[in-house]
Design a protein around this ligand. Structure first.
Ligand code: GCU
Length: 674
């Protein structure tokens, strides 16, 4: 079809399973929404469109005199007539908060309907998307009783989009924001973007690159930003901007951006006021300061806390939030993974209450696999926003099929052991462990202006899965994959299972053919695509004696940033999980692994296994041909061929480089390099 992939997981194509269709058609004759607001209006449009698409016939909006049977009844607790809500205990609603909802069968005078009820209008919209998802997945509706609410307050997408249309680490075309034609031209794509985000519960978006151009704060741009904010508002999405710390100099003509200078404070205050005049529900600022050459408070001898608090004060007057990134590594130390912790942990409790410290999932930089960042747990009095990367900077760009929910879950479920067992990163982030009241997750977006949003059809799954996990980190990677497949690709049972298996195994394959056993940053310098281990000795430290980065007491001792339980496991070579072995330890090539192989043999095994994994993906994909749309089938098929080629490239480049350094041979049972 011409719009291959454009509709994402919101396709709403007519249900082809006859029994399902029959059951749904009998159950859903009409719908009715009580109340009125812009959010309820988009909920109504979505519901109508979804029902009509899925049921393949017109579905009328019932009127008030209509019979209460086989309806979908929608409204807030306040707006709905008592007859639908009086059977439901009130405490059921207190758990739902402002964004939660319940979907359940209600019976009035012996007649049964399905009700979607929430406390607030935005909960209604989320409930409508959930209901449509159930239909798309062919879930049985009789006796339905579902309640859901997000575990985390801010569920954000961060775009690294530049004002000239390019996207930093973006591999799906140019930016989706067409700054030139805004604010007059509102593309349908902006609306569909908002729908997709709302369907998974994303409620905040930072529009521009953290390497921020000061220009974004010019009036001309702010009116464009306001136009986008107006599109997103009914969908419960608030706009944030990345700002450049030197803006008062560049735009304001001041000779300093020192946060303790009165003129600088006044400039930010006035600018913030101007933004709120245009966008009353503006979310706030996202700041990358004193990191990779960006300006910041340290340029004036001030701390990160002083810089952040200055901006937070300006925002606080309007209810805004400041997100300050912890991604810094300019410190003097010899091991860059220690820098964020060293720089930020000491400021715990010193940030104003509306400040988030935004921390990447790992202490290095979005590598295929890293242990969780030790800052999680180390700042009990500071809200931390966990930052994931959805765009696959180090995971095959938009060319490789890599399902990232596996990575996200691994991080979220990592136990920090701070204050005892079970203190997972997820519990730190949702505030349940340490009691932070402001909570959030961010994902660096992988979308652009190509027709199908993400270039690789399976890139859509990463956007989807990120959103679902931001909403509910307890979901499993498998169930999210199944939802996405059923909504996006096929409802054929066998195909769903095959594709689920492909997705769930894909992450480990990539880790194996790129950076197994805790290796990291073996990629090309600069663009980060393809292997270049010969220029990455600072990360892998390979020589004739061995390989790996010693982060124990005999090396950088980065391991002390973790709790004592983890120091014993990560820091002790006998206890360290294989997946982090060379992250924490430097070992001789003949070191004997638990598998019985030597370290060198294990590396050879992993790299070959990664390639074998990609070949399994290719074989599996061929078996689902009949069940998915032909264009998508071909596109994925072609991309898998490239992935196979590049997995071999990674394997051969890395193994033959390490073989040279180690003066070893690749054992004869393995495939010869190409
Ligand atoms: C990585 C990435 C940069 C990005 C940076 C960041 O280093 O390569 O392009 O700017 O992360 O997160 O700020």
């Amino acid at each position: 079809t011409a719009d291959e992939g454009y509709r994402l997981w919101l396709k709403y194509d007519r249900i082809t399973d006859a029994a399902r269709m029959d059951a749904y058609q009998r159950r859903i004759e009409a719908f009715r929404i009580w109340g009125s607001s812009p959010t309820l209006a988009v909920a109504e449009t979505e519901l109508k469109r979804g029902l009509e698409g899925l049921l393949g016939r017109a579905v009328s909006a019932g009127n008030s005199t209509g019979i209460d049977s086989n309806m979908v009844i929608v409204g807030t607790l306040a707006d709905l007539p008592q007859r639908y809500t009086h059977q439901i205990p009130r405490y059921a609603f207190s758990h739902l908060g402002p964004e939660g909802y319940t979907i359940r069968e209600v019976t009035v005078g012996g007649r049964s309907s399905i009700a979607i009820i929430a406390n607030e209008d935005i909960g209604i919209l989320y409930g409508v998307f959930h209901f449509l998802r159930l239909l798309q997945m062919h879930v049985e509706l009789d006796g339905i009783d579902v309640s859901d609410a997000p575990k985390v307050q801010w569920r954000m997408l961060n775009h690294w989009d530049n004002l000239n249309g390019t996207v930093e680490r973006g591999y799906a075309g140019l930016s989706i924001w067409d700054w030139e034609t805004l604010p007059q031209t509102i593309q349908q794509r902006y609306v569909d973007y908002a729908r997709a985000n709302a369907s998974v519960g994303i409620n905040g978006v930072a529009l521009n690159n953290v390497n921020a151009s000061p220009e974004i704060l010019r009036e001309e741009y702010l009116s464009k930003v306001a136009a986008l904010a107006a599109v997103f508002r009914p969908y419960g999405i608030r706009v944030f901007l990345s700002v450049n710390f030197a803006s008062p100099k560049v735009l304001g003509g001041l000779d300093t951006a020192d946060p303790s200078d009165e003129r600088v404070r006044a400039w930010w205050q006035a600018k913030t006021e101007a933004i709120y005049r245009l966008i009353p529900d503006f979310g706030g600022f996202l700041v990358k300061a004193n990191s990779e050459g960006q300006p910041g408070p340290q340029d004036y001898g001030r701390t990160h806390a002083e810089g952040a608090n200055m901006l937070a004060r300006a925002l606080d007057a309007h209810g805004g939030t400041l997100i300050w990134r912890a991604f810094v590594y300019e410190a003097k130390g010899s091991d860059r993974v220690m820098d964020a912790y060293d720089e930020f942990a000491r400021f715990d409790g010193q940030f104003l209450p509306n400040v988030f410290v935004q921390t990447k999932n790992g202490p290095l930089d979005f590598q295929p696999r890293e242990p969780f960042a030790p800052l999680f747990g180390a700042m009990p009095n500071t809200p931390q926003m966990l930052e994931f990367q959805i765009t696959q900077e180090y995971l095959g760009f938009s060319t490789h099929l890599v399902y990232l929910a596996t990575l996200y879950k691994e991080v979220l479920e990592s136990d920090t052991y701070v204050g005892g067992k079970g203190a997972t990163v997820a519990k730190i982030i949702d505030g349940s462990q340490q009691g932070q009241r402001m909570t959030g997750v961010a994902g660096v977006a992988n979308i652009g202006n190509v027709g199908n949003w993400t270039y690789h059809p399976f890139g859509q799954a990463n956007w989807y899965a990120y959103g679902r996990l931001a909403w509910d980190h307890a979901l499993t990677a498998t169930e999210i994959a199944q939802e996405w497949i059923r909504m996006t690709l096929t409802t054929d049972e066998v195909a769903v299972n095959t594709i689920t298996e492909m997705m769930v195994s894909s992450y480990e394959h990539l880790v194996n053919y790129q950076t197994p056993l805790g290796l990291n940053v073996l990629s090309s310098v600069g663009h980060h695509y393809g292997p270049q281990p010969w220029r990455r000795a600072g990360f892998h430290r390979a020589d004739t004696a061995g390989i790996g980065f010693d982060r124990t007491g005999t090396g950088s001792n980065a391991v002390v940033q973790y709790s004592s339980v983890l120091q014993d496991s990560f820091g002790n070579v006998a206890n360290c999980p294989d997946k982090f072995l060379l992250w924490f330890h430097r070992l001789p090539w003949d070191y004997e692994m638990a598998s019985g192989r030597t370290l060198w043999e294990e590396l050879c095994f992993r790299y070959h296994d990664g390639v074998a994994g990609v070949r399994q993906l290719q074989e599996a994909w061929k078996t689902v041909r009949h069940a998915v749309c032909p264009e998508t089938f071909q596109r994925v098929n072609r991309l898998l061929a490239v992935q196979e080629d590049e997995a071999v490239w990674w394997r051969d480049a890395c193994l033959w480089y390490f073989a040279t350094v180690a003066q070893k041979d690749v054992p004869p049972q393995y495939e010869k390099p190409r």
